[in-house]
Design a protein around this ligand. Structure first.
Ligand SMILES: Cc1cc2nc3c(=O)[nH]c(=O)nc-3n(C[C@H](O)[C@H](O)[C@H](O)COP(=O)(O)OP(=O)(O)OC[C@H]3O[C@@H](n4cnc5c(N)ncnc54)[C@H](O)[C@@H]3O)c2cc1C
Length: 194
């Protein structure tokens, strides 16, 4: 497609902002709808997905009961506010750094603190992990799987208790039998001595 005039293009604005409240009765905003993220760090989509996972976990139960109180929606906002604020603060700091880079006409040198930090063994891997996983990782908790793990654990405990009881009973019986045979074996020797 050939561009004929400037109105055919649109500027993709970069924003960093947050809603004062992410929910109202029957509505919950997550991802960029609740907190617009900038491209800095390439983490906006991570937060959007983590919001969705947290929302699914917190709201699945109330949704199944067809009763989603405002408190449940507030719980999603409460859980996701800290990672959002933290990540946006980092993005703002990155923006200030990028602005300084563009404002500097000469050769750019990395500050000594950054150079020193980059020499710490494993730091790059750790930073990559921190960026990828974020401040508050979210996991899909499969209640059915958790239930089967609980079931397996209880089976192991009961089986262990059963085996232990049988072992104690068997040991007691063998010990008694050995003791009895020792006593009965002693009588003839005594009688022989007599
Ligand atoms: C220039 C730029 C570059 C970026 N680069 C990165 C990057 O490299 N990595 C990264 O992780 N993040 C990046 N981000 C941030 C990232 O794009 C967002 O944080 C992320 O896309 C948010 O996901 P979302 O699902 O909440 O919203 P969106 O991705 O915006 O998805 C919302 C969807 O809803 C649709 N929609 C809107 N209104 C309606 C409607 N009425 N009915 C039906 N559908 C509707 C939209 O078309 C859109 O598909 C960048 C942001 C910008 C501005």
């Amino acid at each position: 497609m050939e561009l004929g005039e400037w109105s055919q293009i649109s500027i993709l604005t970069v924003q960093i902002n947050r809603l004062r409240r992410w929910y109202r009765c029957g509505l919950l905003c997550i991802g960029d709808a609740a907190h617009a993220m900038s491209p800095a760090g390439g983490v906006g989509i991570n937060l959007a997905i983590q919001d969705a996972v947290a929302a699914a976990r917190i709201l699945a139960g109330p949704l199944q009961k067809r009763n989603v109180p405002a408190a449940a929606l507030a719980a999603v906002e409460k859980r996701r506010t800290l990672p959002t604020r933290f990540t946006q603060a980092i993005q703002l700091a990155a923006h200030r750094g990028i602005v300084r880079v563009f404002e500097n006409p000469g050769t750019i040198r990395a500050p000594w603190q950054l150079k020193a930090a980059m020499r710490i063994p494993g730091i790059q891997r750790a930073v990559g992990y921190a960026v990828g996983i974020g401040v508050r990782p979210e996991h899909v908790r499969n209640e059915r799987a958790a239930g089967s793990v609980r079931l397996r654990l209880s089976t192991v405990i009961f089986a262990g208790l059963g085996i232990a009881s049988v072992a104690v009973a068997l040991g007691w019986t063998i010990w008694k039998a050995l003791k009895n045979s020792a006593v009965s074996g002693a009588i003839p020797s005594k009688s022989r001595a007599a």
